[in-house]
Ligand binder design. Structure first.
Ligand SMILES: [Zn+2]
Length: 265
């Protein structure tokens, strides 16, 4: 029985006619006239379609570009190509401190763009305009988004996801990449506007619990209904408190802009 040596990484993708393409997408006689370029170094790569090794592209012997690095760049580019054309995606759970704010769900993509420059100044791999709003997408093959980008994403108060492809085999075919991306494999939220809202809601609940604790030590108390961030909450304050004092106290605690109404219960 013959034993064949299989190299660890073969370059399966090249730029063909200006588009990132898998070797299976290159016409049988195409790519031999110097029209396939390495996605990493831009040099000409030659399609190899032998009977033994899996079909792949090969740099010229003089090249210093590694197939491993070129394959990482290729995976990143091909993922962006698929994302730019996806019509739906399975979004991951959105969690804060273990609580699920919303469960994994399908989002329908009306339009998309790659290399998107956000108003906040950062450039993401893609933006998806979906039925649940704009979603910024960053694909990660080897490097996590830099801290400055993550900070800008947080400041933008947009919904941002990272697609973690770091553990994906570099030999994946287009259809395998396609299936992974559409099923939400590796998708994780970096930030989402609802996270801040949930944190504020939790702050309010904690502050109200604290105020309820205070009244236990007082022999008299006054009950109010206050509207905090548009939500009616019961408040019990120690002693005989006027509505004006209750309003002042709640404004100090939550900020005047968040209190819209205080009445005796
Ligand atoms: Zn190269």
């Amino acid at each position: 029985m013959a034993v064949y040596f299989m190299p660890e990484v073969n370059l399966s993708y090249a730029i063909y006619n200006g588009d990132i393409s898998h070797i299976s997408e290159i016409p049988a006689k195409g790519g031999i006239l110097n029209d396939c370029l390495c996605p990493n170094c831009g040099e000409v790569v030659i399609p190899k379609r032998g009977a033994i090794l899996s079909h792949h592209f090969s740099h010229k012997p003089s090249s210093n570009c590694g197939a491993s690095t070129a394959s990482e760049t290729a995976l990143h580019m091909y993922a962006k190509k698929i994302i730019a054309n996806m019509k739906s995606v399975v979004l991951p759970d959105l969690r804060v401190s273990g609580d699920v704010l919303f469960s994994s769900r399908d989002a329908y993509v009306a339009s998309s763009a790659i290399e998107h420059r956000h108003d906040s100044g950062f450039i993401s791999d893609a933006v998806l305009h979906t039925d649940i709003g704009e979603i910024i997408v960053e694909c990660v093959v080897t490097h996590a988004p830099c801290p400055e980008t993550v900070e800008k994403m947080n400041d933008s108060r947009c919904a941002c996801v990272v697609v973690d492809m770091s553990g994906w085999p570099r030999s994946l075919t287009p259809s395998e990449i396609h299936i992974r991306l559409l099923s939400g494999y590796g998708w994780k939220w970096i930030t989402h506007p609802n996270i801040e809202t949930a944190k504020r809601k939790r702050e309010i609940e904690k502050a109200i619990t604290d105020s309820l604790t205070i009244q236990v030590t007082s022999s008299t108390s006054t009950r109010f209904i206050a509207t905090v961030d548009g939500r009616n909450v019961n408040c019990i304050m120690p002693g005989d408190v006027s509505v004006d004092d209750a309003m002042r106290s709640l404004c100090c605690r939550f900020g005047a802009e968040r209190i819209s109404n205080v009445t005796r219960a």
